[in-house]
Design a protein around this ligand. Structure first.
Ligand SMILES: NC(=O)c1ccc[n+]([C@@H]2O[C@H](COP(=O)([O-])OP(=O)(O)OC[C@H]3O[C@@H](n4cnc5c(N)ncnc54)[C@H](O)[C@@H]3O)[C@@H](O)[C@H]2O)c1
Length: 480
């Protein structure tokens, strides 16, 4: 099954992002030259390199685009897909600039991509290709802890990030900060607890925050709780799988449909994301999955009735060809750019509430920021804080134990409380609470603009307004 293709008269992904930017910046009082400076992509590097594979030299094309260096390093994932092209990396790099500004991660925006179908190559071949691509970027300072720090995106994960980190370390043997050259690494290679699932976790926190405000839920015609909500997820990869799992296991939402590259699955009583993920790992897709109704043209499920639609795969899947048939009252853009600018307009007019990508999937870059700081500080994250926290918590626990031992109080501490309470300052807990705080604060900043300005009617334009204002402040502070 192919993705829903934007119809030919729609602007490209890059243009679509620019149109959304223009809609917001038109409401701002900034010098025209500064608006233009923020909008344009600073530079895009294209590399073609050869790797000897299976007895012949194969040439690959890759990109690293830097959208904005108002803060350095710049940050953004590396994508492996046959659809990667310059327009796409530039659009994704621009979104990274706005995303980092919105969640106040102190980075400029960047993105990379390699035209490759990872399923075509075995692990050893993937390592050689990745190391060679990394070599090309490292020698031009396009991977560097102080200048440009990649992370995983579609088609890449911890494995590729570990190879990139090792390649950088080999080429920069005296750089004590080498590990901070890339984030999303495995724990044993300098990664941080909770990074793998961070983007999906962020989607969950974003939805929790949305439903914490009854007026916001009401704007979508929904009751203010995630419990029992019918959710459709497109793409059961890193982001979609974790979001689906957390929402169903921890918030009582029902995953009523899942859309994958080879079709869709439906069960009005709720699907089990973990079980489907295991099936996909073995069979390469959802085809043949026994536990649900199979739909060959999975993309039609984007139009099915539900409460929350989570596109978590590709860009441009909701476009002029299907926007009028979308029935979800609330869409949260877990993927980057899943709604084209034309479809965005149709959906807004129809009253659909859209939680925009730059906020919805910012969990990844937020936890990447924690990982980068951890690598630069050369201390296990949480270790210092833990000492302080532990002594404070110890005082509380001692007091509770004293009261518990006092017959007169009539209550007892439950078994294991002390251990559980004192454990609460570990790395994973710090990462989760830091992510939760970040998602809450970013939502508040967007929400204030959404509800506070008469000329703002949607969350996307509100998010752009907050982000552009912060980028503009940085440029002004630099004297531009
Ligand atoms: N990984 C991250 O931390 C991260 C962070 C921010 C944003 N994102 C964005 O989230 C999206 C997904 O990224 P990911 O890391 O989960 O990628 P991934 O490669 O782990 O998963 C993508 C999933 O989409 C499926 N898919 C591919 N084509 C499809 C189609 N036509 N219809 C339905 N499903 C299809 C794939 O089979 C796969 O399961 C991308 O837009 C990416 O830029 C990812």
């Amino acid at each position: 099954m192919a993705a829903v293709k934007p119809i030919s008269n729609e602007p490209s992904f890059r243009k679509s992002v620019d149109l959304m930017f223009d809609r917001a910046v038109g409401l701002m009082d900034l010098p025209p030259g500064l608006k233009e400076k923020i909008r344009v992509c600073n530079a895009t590097y294209t590399v073609r390199f050869g790797v000897r594979l299976r007895g012949e030299i194969r040439t690959f094309t890759g990109y690293r685009s830097v959208h904005s260096e108002h803060m350095e390093p710049v940050k953004g994932g590396i994508r492996y897909s046959m659809a990667v092209n310059q327009d796409e990396v530039e659009a994704l790099a621009a979104l990274m600039t706005y995303k980092c500004a919105l969640v106040e991660a102190p980075f400029g925006g960047s993105k990379g991509g390699l035209c490759i179908d990872p399923r075509e190559w075995d692990e050893h071949e993937m390592e050689r290709i990745t190391r060679r691509f990394a070599y090309e970027l490292i020698k031009r300072d396009m991977i560097n802890p102080a200048q440009n720090v990649p992370a995983p995106d579609m088609g890449t994960g911890e494995r590729e990030m570990a190879w990139i980190a090792d390649q950088y370390a080999r080429m920069n043997t005296t750089d004590i900060n080498a590990r901070a050259c890339v984030t999303g690494k495995p724990l044993h290679a300098g990664g941080i607890a909770g990074r793998v699932e961070a983007t999906g976790r962020g989607v969950q926190y974003a939805l929790r925050e949305f439903f914490r405000h009854p007026e916001d839920a009401k704007a979508a015609g929904l009751s203010p709780t995630l419990e029992g909500k019918r959710v459709i997820v497109q793409g059961l990869g890193n982001v979609g799988y974790h979001a689906a799992r957390f929402l169903s296991e921890e918030d009582g939402a029902k995953i009523t449909a899942v859309i994958e590259h080879d079709g869709g699955l439906v069960d009005p009583d709720g699907l089990d994301p973990e079980d489907i993920r295991q099936w996909i790992a073995v069979h390469g897709g959802v085809t043949g999955y026994p536990g649900a109704q199979y739909v060959e043209r999975g993309e039609v499920l984007l139009e099915a009735e539900c409460d929350i639609l989570i596109p978590a795969a590709l860009e441009g899947v909701i476009n002029l060809s299907n926007a009028r048939r979308i029935r979800a009252p609330l869409i949260i853009e877990a993927a980057n750019g899943p709604i084209t600018s034309g479809a965005d307009e149709i959906l807004r007019e129809a009253g659909t509430v859209i939680v925009p990508d730059m906020y919805a999937n910012a969990g990844g870059v937020t936890v990447s920021y924690f990982e980068w700081v951890k690598n630069l500080s050369h201390i296990r994250f949480g270790r210092m804080q833990r000492r302080q926290e532990e002594s404070r918590h110890q005082l509380i626990v001692d007091e509770l134990e004293r009261l518990s031992a006092d017959q007169g109080t009539g209550w007892k501490l439950s078994p294991g409380f002390k251990e559980k309470y004192l454990r609460g300052a570990g790395e994973l807990e710090l990462v989760r609470s830091g992510l939760d705080d970040t998602m809450r604060e970013a939502y508040q900043s967007m929400r204030e603009v959404w509800h506070g300005r008469e000329d703002v009617s949607d969350l996307r334009v509100a998010a752009y307004l907050v982000a552009i204002e912060r980028v503009a402040q940085s440029y002004k502070a630099k004297g531009l």
